[in-house]
Structures are given as C-alpha cells and as structure tokens.
Ligand binder design. Structure first.
Ligand SMILES: NC(=O)c1ccc[n+]([C@@H]2O[C@H](COP(=O)([O-])OP(=O)(O)OC[C@H]3O[C@@H](n4cnc5c(N)ncnc54)[C@H](O)[C@@H]3O)[C@@H](O)[C@H]2O)c1
Length: 263
C-alpha cells in the first residue's frame, strides 16, 4: 500500500482531535504538516502556509473558521489535491469555491459532521425528495455573535431568563448559512446531500433547557419518511463545536484504505 500524506488546516478543537487520531495511526496515511494561527505544543508537526500545505500533502483536511476556507481551497485546487471539508457552510457562503472547483481534478469529501442520517438521504435522493427540513436547537448562548442575531437584535439573555424555547430563525439553508455560519454546517451538509440549499428548510431554536446541540431532520420521499434526531454535547475544547464532527473526519480517513467499507 502506498502511503498518502495528510495535512490539517486548522488545529483547533476539530483539527486537534483528527491530529490525535493520525498520531495514533491510520492505515496508509502519514500526517506530515499543518497550518494554524499559533503553535500547538501538543504536536511536533511543522506549521506551514496553506500554499505549502497543498504542495506537500496528498489529502488536506479543512478545520478552519468558514471565512478562511476560500483561501485554503484556492491552493488545494491549484495543486489538484483531495480536500476533506468540515466547514460545509462555506460552500454555500462562498459560491466561488464550487465555481473554481469545476475546472480542477480535486475531490471534495464532505463528512457527515455533527449530523446523522446522511446515508438514508443519499438513498432517498435517488428516488426523489419531496421535502427536507432540519430543526437545530441549542442553548441561547450558543448563538452569540451570529450575524443574524446581531442584525435582528435578538436578545439571547432575555430568551435564557424567560425559560421558553424560542424559534429564532426560519428560512432556507442558504439564508441560514449567511446568518449563522458557525452553527449551520449541519443544514449545509443536509442540503448538499439532498435537494440543495434553496429548497432545504431550516429552523433554529434557542432553548434555555437544552442539554446539548440537537438536530432533527425530516426528509420526505414517495416511499420513505426519514426522521433522525441527534443530540451532541458541546465539545469542551470549543462549545460551539461537537466531538462527533471530528470523528466523522476520522472515519473518512479510516475508510480510505479499508478492504470492507460500510457506507
Ligand atoms: N460539519 C459539521 O457538522 C461541523 C460541526 C462542528 C464544527 N464545524 C466547523 O468546523 C470548523 C472548525 O471547528 P473547530 O471547532 O475546530 O474551530 P476552532 O475555532 O476550535 O479552530 C479553528 C482553528 O483554525 C485556525 N485558523 C484560523 N484562521 C487561520 C488561518 N488563516 N490560517 C491557519 N489557521 C487558521 C485557528 O488557529 C484555530 O486553531 C468550523 O468552521 C466549524 O463551524 C462543522
């Protein structure tokens, strides 16, 4: 088996968890470089620019704030490398990424992230999806700093003290990605796997009693109704993130060289 080199762009909560799995060892893969704003003492891995990361590595894992993703994809596509992209909302926020991608041989792999049920959605898509809805629920503080919350003057502290679960947004996945870039990767992933960002409906709920970050999807086809719900506890390393998202990248990496792959 030839060994493929791996680079991680962003060594925050998700990138570091993936880094730990690579240090432990994944068949056929060798972690050779990373990009991050600051040194991470836990890892003795060279920190390089996005340009060097794309030149040096066969597979690049994206674990960055969404706003930085276009800069990374520019270099990955120029080098025709494989990209594993966890900030799926960046594909909706910056359509130029997919426009540029059309003229490259790079593959973009989007892991299931914090969501469950993507396998069923892909199957349903083959038969025709009539309706696709996702409702995401978090504690009010989980939405602080979201552009939509600031623009609409939504008082998250008031919702918290009211004790009442409140719907703070309803719209399509494209609008949700712009309004809640750090919170709606799941909606973006659902839309990319299903009927696209304009037709995928999104509800965002702030719940003072939420025990974690929950996502419930309802996808309707002629022959099936898929209902899936998952609750992820906040990642201690980044309360806006989830441990499951990092592990969905690890499973993509492990599947790359397995003889039997369950999809
Ligand atoms: N698909 C999903 O279901 C899902 C779930 C959770 C999080 N996410 C997304 O994954 C991404 C990463 O999440 P996280 O929790 O690890 O974030 P994080 O804030 O913990 O880490 C981001 C890292 O990126 C680095 N970084 C920022 N700008 C950089 C630059 N210009 N060059 C190099 N490094 C830079 C920072 O130093 C930081 O270490 C976010 O966009 C988040 O929204 C997706």
């Amino acid at each position: 088996m030839t060994t493929q080199t791996v680079g991680i762009a962003g060594l925050g909560a998700i990138g570091s968890a993936v880094g730990r799995a690579l240090v432990k060892g994944i068949d056929g893969l060798e972690w050779t470089a990373a990009s991050n704003l600051e040194p991470v003492p836990e890892f003795s891995i060279p920190l390089v620019s996005f340009e060097d990361l794309a030149k040096r590595c066969d597979i690049i894992i994206e674990a960055l704030p969404p706003g930085v993703v276009p800069e990374l994809t520019k270099h990955v596509f120029a080098e025709q490398k494989t990209l594993i992209l966890i900030s799926s909302c960046a594909l909706l926020m910056f359509p130029e990424i997919l426009d540029t991608h059309k003229s490259t041989h790079s593959r973009i792999l989007v892991p299931s992230g914090a969501l469950a049920g993507i396998d069923g959605i892909k199957g349903l898509k083959e038969l025709g999806i009539e309706k696709s809805i996702i409702a995401s629920t978090k504690k009010p503080s989980g939405f602080s700093g979201a552009p939509y919350v600031d623009k609409m003057g939504i008082n998250l502290e008031q919702i918290q003290s009211s004790g009442v679960k409140t719907k703070i947004f309803e719209g399509n996945a494209l609008e949700a990605a712009k309004g809640f870039p750090a919170n709606v990767n799941v909606a973006a992933t659902l839309s990319l796997a299903g009927i696209g960002p304009e037709k995928t409906q999104v509800e965002i709920w702030a719940d003072p009693d939420a025990k974690g970050n929950s996502h419930e999807i309802n996808v309707y086809g002629e022959f099936s109704h898929l209902n899936a719900r998952i609750t992820n506890r906040p990642d201690p390393a980044n309360p806006k993130s989830s441990m499951l998202a990092a592990q969905s990248i690890v499973t993509v990496l492990k599947d790359m060289n397995k003889a039997i792959v369950v999809l």
